[in-house]
Design a protein around this ligand. Structure first.
Ligand SMILES: [Zn+2]
Length: 453
């Protein structure tokens, strides 16, 4: 594949001399040059995430703000030169945050910082007062006897620490994904968890809950990490701890939401689509810069480099999913509408804007040539081949289940969970050099796969 890079480089030279001679033909593609230009000088990604966070801001799925984000993105992608830019709508339930307040009323009266978790149930307007039952881990909550939480507020903590691959989220995140459902099944009035985060700021981390079928949602909130630690110390003093909790979110049925689609058209309609996905919706607390304005920016900026060059063999299609955070409604709607089209490869960017450090693939087990070419194209960016099969993410999940090949460009997640789903998810947390390294990595991969058989 280095030969292909060299051939492409010669072709680019030839094409640029033709351009000097006055031809308007799209110039041949030099994948290595595209990658290196992205690394040192990309401005498209920053402009997109800066614009989205400044001109739209928080954009919860199926809200009026998400509708503005769709229109904003479609206009930007058209202006960048993408083809077939369109919005594909669907309806879904929207979850809207209400009032949220928590305070310890005995034995040590003081307020706590809390945020309702996505899809939380509501307390009455004047709240509830109950004693807490403490669980140091999610596994301890699971072991609580049936009915033992009647009339109580479950309080679950964990010991999540930062990791480069973000693996703490899957393990410790169970307290949020499943904890509320388990607490409800055991009769709890409500649940409070220690935020699924790795910071020590008084900033709660929201995030969605997966309620088991048939379980009525109970009020469920995340305390900031220091507030949860404070509450844990109170519990350890040995006296019963009582809390007053107000959470009044609402669920609105049948609200409009939508995906934004854009394309770099390919030259061979039979080759299939390379789908690059990110999500446009965000939590309401921050401005959705790292989650997932960055992903939207990275995939758009990378694909944009393939406009105005010779057509790639595959169509490169962007999917900016309108709903990922409260449920995969956006990707489900896309899959339902487009599963009949041939998808040759799916990729997703949804882990912030810090540097890519590893590539994982699935579906290329018998294609050593492509894996070697990918490793070579990424090596100058410090990206190493991984040994785990790629798994994609929520926005491409159903295609991965269908057996479509997938490539993961793994980002450094060391500081991701300091910010994730908090009010602190804002533009200033994005480092321009690392954002550019992301774009360059995506360009490097596309340079290899866009023309592949
Ligand atoms: Zn996300």
């Amino acid at each position: 594949m280095t030969t292909r890079f060299a051939i492409a480089a010669r072709a680019a030279l030839l094409a640029s001399s033709l351009l000097i001679l006055g031809t308007t033909a799209a110039h041949a593609r030099d994948a290595a040059a595209l990658r290196d230009q992205a690394l040192t000088g990309d401005t498209v990604a920053w402009d997109l995430v800066e614009g989205l966070t400044t001109e739209v801001g928080p954009r919860p799925a199926a809200s009026e703000a998400e509708a503005r984000a769709r229109d904003w993105s479609a206009a930007k992608l058209k202006a960048l030169g993408f083809a077939n830019v369109r919005i594909e709508t669907y309806t879904m339930p929207a979850w809207v945050r209400g009032e949220e307040k928590a305070s310890v009323i005995a034995p040590f009266v003081q307020p706590l910082v809390v945020a309702a978790l996505g899809n939380s149930g509501a307390t009455p307007e004047d709240g509830i007062t109950a004693e807490i039952v403490f669980f140091p881990t999610f596994a301890d909550l699971q072991k609580a006897p049936a009915g033992s939480l009647k009339g109580k507020i479950a309080f679950v903590t964990h010991a999540m620490k930062p990791t480069q691959d973000g693996s703490g989220y899957g393990a410790f995140g169970l307290a949020r994904f499943q904890g509320p459902g388990v607490a409800a099944e055991k009769g709890a009035l409500a649940i409070l968890i220690k935020s699924i985060g790795t910071d020590n700021h008084r900033m709660p981390h929201t995030g969605t809950i997966g309620w088991p079928k048939g379980v009525t949602p109970i009020p469920a909130g995340a305390l900031s990490v220091p507030d949860a630690d404070n509450l844990e110390r109170m519990v350890k003093r040995g006296k019963p701890v009582s809390i007053h909790l107000i959470l009044t979110p609402k669920r609105l049925e049948n609200q409009p939401g939508g995906n934004v689609i854009a394309e770099v058209p390919g030259s061979d309609p039979k080759a299939g689509i390379i789908l690059l996905a990110a999500h446009l919706d965000s939590w309401d607390l921050g401005t959705g810069a790292i989650d997932d304005g960055a992903g939207v920016a990275i995939i758009s900026a990378a694909a944009q480099r393939f406009l105005g060059t010779e057509k790639p063999r595959h169509t490169i299609r962007l999917l900016l999913a309108g709903a990922e955070e409260v449920g995969g409604n956006g990707s489900d709607a896309y899959h339902a509408a487009h599963k009949g089209e041939k998808h040759a490869l799916v990729m997703e960017s949804d882990f912030g804007a810090d540097r890519i450090w590893r590539i994982d693939t699935k579906g290329y087990e018998k294609d050593q040539a492509t894996r070697t070419a990918l490793a070579a194209a990424l090596a100058p960016l410090g990206v190493v081949p991984g040994s785990n099969p790629a798994s994609g993410g929520a926005d491409v999940e159903k295609f991965v289940e269908d057996g479509v090949p997938v490539i993961d460009l793994q980002q450094d997640g060391t500081r991701y969970f300091d910010l994730h789903h908090t009010a602190d998810d804002t533009l200033d947390k994005i480092d321009l050099a690392q954002l550019r390294q992301n774009v360059a990595s995506w360009v490097a991969v596309l340079g290899v796969v866009a023309d592949a058989p």
